[in-house]
Design a protein around this ligand. Structure first.
Ligand code: MG
Length: 162
């Protein structure tokens, strides 16, 4: 039985001259996402979901963008650090499900690699990580290809102490 749920949302804008990193996958595209770290909007949403479920705040509190050591940081490494904080707070990540809203490029060819990368960072089986993508039918900032949003939910178990 899981003890906590968490919900995380993140948005990053597209920018020229950046790599497009999503769920740790370097996706070929004309632009990437702007941000202090590698701007992996999916990894950030997942990190916020698990931190929130453990009532540890959010990724901005843990890894402030004023800290130069997080410049261009690999967000999967940040996610693994968030998992470590969650574990220290007495919880284990059980299951994560995510949706990315992105008009272009098509993300489905990269979905399994994103699941695998996230599962590895989370320390859970790949079966326990869901990733899906949707367009927004050209509506809103995602639809105008100005940026990408990501949503994640998670379940945490309170760890059994010996
Ligand atoms: Mg972010």
């Amino acid at each position: 039985m899981a003890d906590r749920i968490g919900f995380g949302v993140d948005v990053h804008a597209f920018a020229e001259g950046r790599r497009f990193i999503l769920g740790g996958v370097d996706i070929p595209h004309s632009r990437g996402l702007a941000g202090h770290s590698d701007a992996d909007v999916l990894a950030h949403a997942v990190a916020d979901a698990i931190l929130s479920a453990a009532r540890l705040g959010d990724i901005g509190r843990l890894f402030p963008d004023t800290d130069p050591s997080f410049k261009d940081a690999d967000s999967l490494v940040l996610l693994a650090k968030a998992v470590e904080e969650v574990r220290k707070a007495g919880f284990a990540v059980v299951d994560v499900d995510c949706t990315v809203a992105c008009q272009a490029p098509k993300l489905s060819p990269h979905r399994d690699q994103m699941r695998s990368n996230l599962a590895k960072a989370l320390g859970i089986p790949v079966e326990n990580v869901g990733v899906k993508a949707t367009t927004t039918e050209r509506l809103g900032f995602e639809g105008r290809e100005e940026g990408v949003s990501a949503y994640a939910v998670c379940l945490l178990d309170r760890r059994k102490t010996a």
